[in-house]
Ligand binder design. Sequence first.
Ligand SMILES: Nc1ncnc2c1ncn2[C@@H]1O[C@H](COP(=O)(O)OP(=O)(O)OP(=O)(O)O)[C@@H](O)[C@H]1O
Ligand SMILES: [Mg+2]
Length: 294
Amino acid sequence: MEDQAEQLREIMKGKTAQGAAPAKKTRIITVASGKGGVGKTNVSVNMAIAYAKLGKKVIVMDADLGLANVNVMLNMIPKFNLYHVIRKQKTMRDIILDTEYGIQIVAGASGFSKIANLSEDERQNFIDELYTLSSADIVIIDTSAGVSSNVLSFVAAADDAVIVTTPEPTAITDAYGIIKIIATEIDNLNMGLKLVVNRVHSVAEAKKVSDRMTNIAGQFLNLKVDYLGFIYDDPAVQQAVLRQKPFIAMDPKSKASMCVQHIVGRLEKSEVKEGGGLGTLIRRLFRGDERTFS
Ligand SMILES: Nc1ncnc2c1ncn2[C@@H]1O[C@H](COP(=O)(O)OP(=O)(O)OP(=O)(O)O)[C@@H](O)[C@H]1O
Ligand SMILES: [Mg+2]
């Protein structure tokens, strides 16, 4: 089985069994937050569309357990979701949906089991299915708020963990909380930890929040958190949510849209640490060489 995983990893790196093929790596970006409702799903979906505008092939995977909301934001009602893949009723290819916004989505499952509790058979099948995502340049994983074991697994497996907060003191405290848990629970932290401050009213407010977060993380956790950028509090976002359209599609010139484009530009410029990608996602989600969160 280890052989199989190794073989798959090689395939992910772009080497086929027949010989070398051009290497193409899938960048995995997990979006998380401490407090709920701070804008993760909006950030995930709109960042994905901004990436697609740069010519990238992007898949948004909804890993939210309770409320599957990526599809709601896009006014789509998927028949099948990750639950059916885990239960081997469908393949990943069956459930990946095209959208009218140039991105694809994988719908989340309300019954999504704890990854740690999957049977060996389900686990192996899910690993194989996850490799289907390697057709994308970018996979953005939208998670549920807080630090469940699944969220931690998806954070541990990412090339970039984007932590979203708002300037609200409770959101900041919870964002610090999740960063602290990431720092203490994940061995061998090799993803880039990035901060997005959402719903700000001024550049200065955003900077104040990010300075505070990055300083505390550096001082108390010895952890480097990169400030990726901010998104203005913008009525266009609520309007778009009500119309079940991504704000970047509804109003590409809105303040929030410009901010998201800026954030994606910065992310594109930042390097992916060596050894990441889908192979690492899968290894870290499932293999014994990294801790599985229970
Ligand atoms: N930049 C913004 N400007 C104005 N309103 C915003 C902004 N970002 C988010 N919101 C509001 O916050 C609501 C919640 O956003 P969203 O669903 O993206 O949060 P979430 O973190 O994914 O929530 P959950 O934790 O429930 O998954 C949106 O419906 C919208 O009304
Ligand atoms: Mg959400």
